[in-house]
Design a protein around this ligand. Structure first.
Ligand SMILES: Nc1ncnc2c1ncn2[C@@H]1O[C@H](COP(=O)(O)OP(=O)(O)OP(=O)(O)O)[C@@H](O)[C@H]1O
Ligand SMILES: [Mg+2]
Length: 263
């Protein structure tokens, strides 16, 4: 092995990206799940961690998994035993309905329990990207998962309330995670329909308010709900659709941006 290869190996660290917004139904899971598949199709090794009891993505597994995120957080099983293959290069750490038990465990056990997930995830050096999908509500699991990640990808609808919600999210993160460094990888305009009143104005406002942080947008596309009805990704359902093209642009943006945590 050459010196360069040794160095690369030593420095290889997955990029850990949280797809989060304090608002519900803004397209977090849709974007993150399809992004995970796209990056895997492109040849990157991906781990998708579902921190949401709604389990939209975990349901893509052929059968109910034996272990899930709750077992990791409650220190019952090592993380490597809770990871299942979804497709070539793509693995999932599924969420369970009893994720609230995990949240209680963290609260009861205090400071050290908030870091269990991070310490476990730090052992996973074989991945290129680890992506975290969140519920809209803030729980102790949200905080533990944010502590395990380095970058934020924030889907937002082009609406006033949704843009206002960004400030609430940043305030909350600042308040709860002042001792953990998180960089903003990007704010992703989601479910964008330019025939809707004021969409372009809100996009311009977003770019003014958050310069250089707005990523390529994901357009509204009927193929998204249709693909979900068949529990398929947009790339398997309709790879030529608008949404598939937009997620691909987002994937390229992510590969070429951010990742300060690499160094
Ligand atoms: N680009 C899009 N085009 C059309 N429909 C979309 C698009 N993105 C998301 N949707 C639809 O919007 C709804 C909400 O999307 P999604 O579940 O991804 O949001 P979420 O932010 O993860 O929600 P939650 O906060 O409940 O986790 C879904 O029904 C989904 O099919
Ligand atoms: Mg979701």
């Amino acid at each position: 092995m050459t010196q360069t290869a040794i160095n690369n190996q030593n420095h290889h660290k997955p990029r850990k990206i949280s797809g989060i917004n304090a608002k519900g139904g803004v397209g977090k899971s849709t974007i993150l799940k399809n992004l995970a598949h796209k990056l895997a199709i492109m040849g990157y090794k991906i781990l998708f961690i579902e921190c949401d009891f709604q389990r939209n993505t975990s349901k893509m597994l052929p059968e109910q998994p034996k272990y899930d995120l709750t077992h990791v957080i409650m220190e019952q099983v090592p993380i490597k035993e809770t990871i299942y293959p979804l497709r070539e290069n793509l693995f999932i750490l599924p969420a369970a309905r009893k994720l609230d038990k995990a949240a209680n465990y963290i609260v009861v056990n205090g400071r050290r329990a908030y870091d269990v997930l991070k310490l476990q995830i730090d052992t996973l050096t074989e991945y290129d990207f680890i992506l975290f999908d969140y519920p809209p509500n803030w729980t102790a699991v949200t905080e533990a998962a944010l502590r395990a990640s380095d970058e934020l990808l924030i889907p937002v609808l082009l609406e006033q309330y949704s843009i206002d919600g960004l400030i609430e999210l940043f305030d909350k993160i600042q308040e709860e995670l002042y001792d953990h460094k998180l960089t903003i990888l990007g704010i992703v305009p989601s479910n964008v329909n330019f025939s809707t009143l004021l969409s372009q104005e809100y996009l311009d406002q977003l770019k003014d308010q958050f310069p250089n942080q707005v990523t390529p947008y994901i357009r509204t596309d009927k193929q998204i709900p249709r693909s979900q009805a068949f529990r398929q990704t947009i790339f398997d359902f309709n790879p030529r659709s608008k949404a598939a093209q937009d997620i691909e642009q987002l994937a390229i943006h992510i590969i070429t941006t951010g990742g300060n945590s690499h160094e």
